[in-house]
Design a protein around this ligand. Sequence first.
Ligand code: ATP
Ligand code: MG
Length: 425
Amino acid sequence: MNLLTKAARGTQDVLPADSYKWQFVQDIMLKEAELYGFKEIRTPAFEHTELFDRGVGDDTDIVQKEMYTFNDKAGRSLTLKPEGTVAAVRAVLEHGLLNDGIPLKLTYITPCYRYEKPQSGRYREFFQFGVETFGAASPAADAEIICLATTLFERLGISNLSLEINSIGCPECRQAYRGALKKFFEKHREKLCSTCTDRLEKNPMRIVDCKNLECQKIVEDAPNIIDFLCEDCEQHFKDVKNYLSESKIDYKINPKIVRGLDYYTRTVFEFVSSSDSNRSLVCGGGGRYDGLIEEIGGPATPAVGFGIGIERLILLMQSQGIEIPKPKRCDIFIATADKTAQTKALHLAKTLRESSFYAEIDIVERSLKTQLKYADKINAKFLLVLGEKEFSEKKAEMKNMASGEKFIINLDNDFLTKTKNILSD
Ligand code: ATP
Ligand code: MG
């Protein structure tokens, strides 16, 4: 295999034929986030490994086997970020952003790196759109980001996505729940996968998350965390649901959505496509993580956020046959018969481009005839042909390529005004 002309496994190029879809989606994401008051943050592609592997018994897939970790030339251990939240939290703490007032609302589009088995919708480099609200414990903050996600999907034209929510309470509620879970799974110990038998001792909540079908079957009858919520968590969940109902956002309660890490609290949610046979291909999810900032060394700060995988989102849009507006078409091709004309053509194109028209000229020294074919090929809306005669008469013909209609343009001062009028019509 020629490695020089082969992208690394699990990575992909976004080619010109598709990049406009990415631009469209990302543009809608950032603009929608802006309407909700989220400001963009950009964090580096790599961070100190300790940020992701904090040695707090984190046994998630990411920390256990998916991280791209390497030593740099000075022997520091660095890791390509596998997700966006933790890097954002690091930046918030490093720059003291919480001192500027709360709530602090951040958004980003970031590449993420995970050493996974590549398949459709699962890559080693993928992009996540995320939002994070810091400093707001109120259920309104949870509802606000769910609302943002819902409107975003709507704006992208996506249908058949269902919102599933749950509450996983606080560390206190979970203590009783863990006990009950352990007791329940203990009865089914011999049927659990080997990873889950391990989890039984360390963190039985992670069994609820297991993708193994046998384990999932057992999980169906397992106790649910919502039956163990303390009064405050119960009220918080009730309020979130009220906000959603008032905002006419449909949701379903899925008591089986859990997150096995201590820093996650209360609201969790996922957007599931009803056409997905495979639940793991949900295109996004999020929730509250009131314990994370403290875990990273900051002051106890409530936080809530979500992340959406952009590749999966675009795949979903394609599977739903959603038409993404095609990229801008060439407004005008300026064809030239000789070198003198060509030199002037660049200047004319420059003036048009300064007025935001998409103009093209010949830059590969084609014959006039081939230039005309090329103008046709790129589907230019108008054609302007320039040669010696045109410059001596200070007049040229501009042709509407679709209708064949012709216009005479003066090449002197009112070139721009007249051309603009015709192009804008
Ligand atoms: P999965 O269960 O499919 O492995 P996850 O629970 O690891 O997903 P999160 O860590 O919650 O996913 O990441 C948020 C989002 O990022 C996912 O909902 C998905 O859209 C996207 N995502 C996660 N891993 C990948 C990947 N390897 N390739 C493409 N997108 C991904
Ligand atoms: Mg994963």
